[in-house]
Structures are given as structure tokens and as C-alpha cells.
Design a protein around this ligand. Structure first.
Ligand SMILES: Cc1cc2nc3c(=O)[nH]c(=O)nc-3n(C[C@H](O)[C@H](O)[C@H](O)COP(=O)(O)O)c2cc1C
Length: 412
């Protein structure tokens, strides 16, 4: 798939890898080609994405987003980010730096960024302050290694993209534009047409439209992707056309929610997306750090629409204090069953979140103790198994690369 035809790939065409022609290392000619060749982004999934998955997606031509999640210890996050580098098929790796000639004019362009993004939960970043973001922006998440052929430490690289979801990203966008390297991209995940228009106004590089089918957190009241996506694309195109030629760009559009197969990728592309953001589909892959028995449970889940549910109950139990308006989609389990029963009993089924949590505490005071034990046991009868509606179509475990090939189908 070529960058000239795909807005997402074009956005990241400056992230390049080295390719050599010629038989001997002394006469080899090196050219640089785009490293991101598939319009597939792996979502920032706390607990379900980590160094191995991030490296596998990057090494296979996608753009992985490292989950910063609910960080409280910046030093730990920076260390984790550094642990990705040795796993990357990266042309900055000392073992591959023996070539002699570079024929392209991008200088060190391909090496200026790590071939991955980092994903912030925006309201959580508000609570912690921007220091971690600034450290990553300054390349502190890169490995401090020096290249083997030289004793000089190379310039630390920031990630190619910064992802924001759930909150007001605009102060951080400003910081990135002011302090980031030129070419640093900003990806914003939104849940409504209005938010998409605002992101276009803010001049973000990539907008992710997240439908209600999505696994993990999202908006409580949100349209299915099949209408959210085309309506947003229509509105964004109209806004760009109405503005003067340079003042409003048409950002690259990605679709998120329930997508796990090639026909779905083709369908969202037909509706105006360049590519997809996938969470659930990567969860059962070998490289995901999620527990094996939970991966198995995902594969056993059929009829993803019926057997997943959106709820705030787990955020109440965890005490993460999510802002109102957001909930998360999980595979139904004992806790969601209790929540539903209690709410029905009290005629409150339409209300979720705090109301149901209070009822759980009153009627099922054992739940909190259950929760602590479940966390120790990794018991997904109680813990949230975040999952999108596409889970019903996931049938077998494989590598992340195999999953990506299957998604690309005929587009490979
Ligand atoms: C386990 C899991 C964790 C997630 N964590 C985050 C997160 O920390 N930040 C975020 O922006 N989105 C998160 N998401 C949502 C994804 O960004 C994306 O919208 C979603 O995975 C797409 O739907 P799908 O899961 O059906 O592919 C998560 C999704 C899952 C499944």
C-alpha cells in the first residue's frame, strides 16, 4: 500500500527504515523507505500492550501506541519505554550500522523518531502534570545505548506520535508543537462529530473516531461506528472545503471499534477512514502481556454484541474517578451480572456508575473483598476483561504479525 494514496501512511512517511542493495558491505548502497506500511494502529492498552506487542506491531509495518495509562511514577514509565528499543528491528541498532552510502536526502530523518507512539489518558495527565510528557518529548524514553561503531552517544529519539484520549488535549498539543521536533505527530481519539471538527480546528494530524463497539473506555453515549465515521468524514470534508485553501487541513482519519477482520478494514476505508485502531484484536496475540487464561476467555466469548457490555462499575470499584460521560466495554461477568440484577431490582437499570456502585456496596457488601481477592487471583469472573464487540469473531491465538496480515487481506 503506498503513502501517496493513503493519508495515514503519508502522515508517517518520514519514519523510514534502511534498505540495502549490493552484495558486499563495502559497496552496499543504502536507501531509506517508509517503515510504516500498514494503516494499522495498535491501541494503547494498559496491561494488554507492552514492549513485546509494541515492537511486534512496529516491526511488521504498523504504528503501535505504547500505553502510558494510569502512571504515577514517571521514572518507571521512562524505563519501560527504553525497554522497547532492543526489540525493534531498528536501523539504529548497532548490529546493522555497517553500510557505507546513503542515497536519499532525508539525512537522519528516519532515525529522528522512535517508530511508535505513546498514548496518554488526557484527564489523568492533567492530574499528574506535563513533566512526563516533556521528558518523553525530549527523548528520555529512548534507550541510552550508544551505537557499536562509535563511542558517541547518539541523539535520543522521541516517539513519532503522541496520542490523547478522554479530555482536553489542546494544552498538550501546544506543548508538543512548541517543544517537539518538527514532524512529531499528534493523534486524538474522539467520540462525536463535534469533537472531530474541534480536533480539525486544532490542527491535529490524525483523528481516531471511536464508535460504541470499542473495547475499553469510551463515551457512554456514542454512535455506532457505521454512522459516526461517515458523518464525521462528511462534516470534516465540508469544513475543509468551506475554509480557505490553507487554513483548515483534512487530517488522516482512523476508525476504532469492533474491527478484527479484513472486510471490516475495507468497509471503514470505503467510508472514508485511512485505516484502523485495533485494541481487542491484539489482546489474544502471543505478544500481548495479558494473562493466558484471560486470552482464552476472550477466544471463548461468542456473540460479542450480546456478551460485552458498557459499564462504569469497574472504575467505581477501582476508585479511578473517571469523569462523567465515560464508561468502558467489558466481557460480561459476575460483577456486571450483579450490577444488572441490582439495578433492575431498584428500577434503576438505565442508571449506571455511582448509583449502581452504592447499590453493590449496600446489597453485596462482599464485592469489595471479592475484588481484592480477584486482583490477586487474576479472576476475570470479577475483574474487567475489557473487550470490543468484535471479540465474537476472534477464534485463534497467533502472533501480532499474523493478525495484521489477516486484517490486511488482499491489500497486502
Ligand atoms: C484492554 C483495552 C485497554 C484500553 N486502554 C485504552 C487507553 O489506555 N487509552 C485509550 O485511549 N484507549 C484505550 N482503549 C480503547 C482503544 O483506544 C480503542 O478505542 C479500542 O480498543 C478500539 O476498539 P476494539 O477494542 O474493539 O478494537 C483500550 C481498549 C482495550 C480493549
Amino acid at each position: 500500500m503506498s503513502a501517496s494514496k493513503n493519508a495515514f501512511l503519508a502522515t508517517f512517511k518520514h519514519i523510514t527504515r534502511r534498505t540495502s542493495t549490493g552484495s558486499s558491505t563495502t559497496t552496499a548502497t543504502t536507501t531509506r523507505v517508509p517503515k510504516i506500511t500498514k494503516p494499522i494502529v495498535s491501541a494503547p492498552m494498559n496491561g494488554w500492550s507492552g514492549p513485546k506487542l509494541v515492537a511486534a506491531v512496529a516491526n511488521h509495518g504498523g504504528l503501535p501506541i505504547y500505553p502510558i495509562g494510569y502512571f504515577t511514577d514517571p521514572a518507571k514509565i521512562l524505563k519501560e519505554l527504553q525497554s522497547v528499543l532492543p526489540l525493534l528491528d531498528d536501523d539504529d541498532d548497532p548490529s546493522t550500522t555497517t553500510t557505507t552510502t546513503t542515497t536519499t536526502s532525508d539525512g537522519d530523518g528516519g532515525n529522528r523518531f522512535l517508530p511508535m507512539g505513546v498514548g496518554f489518558i488526557t484527564f489523568w495527565l492533567d492530574r499528574q502534570g506535563p513533566d512526563l510528557l516533556l521528558s518523553i518529548l525530549n527523548g528520555k524514553g529512548d534507550s541510552p545505548r550508544t551505537a557499536a561503531h562509535t563511542t558517541t552517544a547518539r541523539t535520543p529519539r522521541p516517539p513519532a506520535a503522541f496520542w490523547f484520549s478522554f479530555g482536553d488535549y489542546r494544552p498538550y498539543l501546544k506543548l508538543i508543537r512548541e517543544h517537539g521536533l518538527p514532524g512529531t505527530k499528534v493523534i486524538v481519539q474522539v467520540q462525536t462529530v463535534q469533537e472531530a471538527l474541534e480536533a480539525q480546528q486544532a490542527n491535529v494530524d490524525v483523528i481516531v473516531l471511536q464508535g460504541t463497539e470499542s473495547g475499553g473506555h469510551g463515551a457512554q453515549r456514542v454512535s455506532p461506528l457505521i454512522t459516526l465515521l461517515p458523518e464525521a468524514v462528511q462534516a470534516l470534508k465540508a469544513a475543509a472545503a468551506a475554509a480557505s485553501s490553507t487554513s483548515l487541513n483534512m487530517p488522516a482519519i482512523l476508525a476504532a471499534g469492533g474491527i478484527v477482520s479484513a472486510p471490516q478494514l475495507a468497509a471503514v476505508q470505503a467510508m472514508g477512514a485511512s485505516g484502523v485502531v485495533i485494541g481487542t484484536g491484539f489482546m489474544p496475540t502471543h505478544e500481548s502481556p495479558g494473562p493466558d487464561h484471560a486470552k482464552e476467555r476472550l477466544l471463548q466469548t461468542e456473540q460479542g454484541g450480546e456478551n460485552t457490555i458498557r459499564t462504569r462499575i469497574f472504575d467505581e470499584l477501582r476508585g479511578f474517578n473517571w469523569p462523567s460521560g465515560y464508561d468502558g466495554r467489558v466481557v460480561r461477568n459476575l460483577v456486571t451480572q450483579r450490577e444488572e440484577e441490582d439495578l433492575r431490582k431498584h428500577g434503576l437499570f438505565e442508571q449506571q456508575g455511582e448509583a449502581s456502585f452504592k447499590l453493590l456496596k449496600e446489597d453485596r457488601s462482599g464485592t469489595l473483598q471479592d475484588w481484592e481477592q480477584a486482583t490477586k487471583d487474576q479472576n476475570y469472573d470479577i475483574l474487567p476483561l475489557w473487550s470490543g464487540t468484535g471479540v465474537g469473531m476472534l477464534k485463534k491465538r497467533g502472533s501480532a504479525a499474523e493478525f495484521m496480515d489477516q486484517l490486511m487481506g488482499d491489500q497486502q
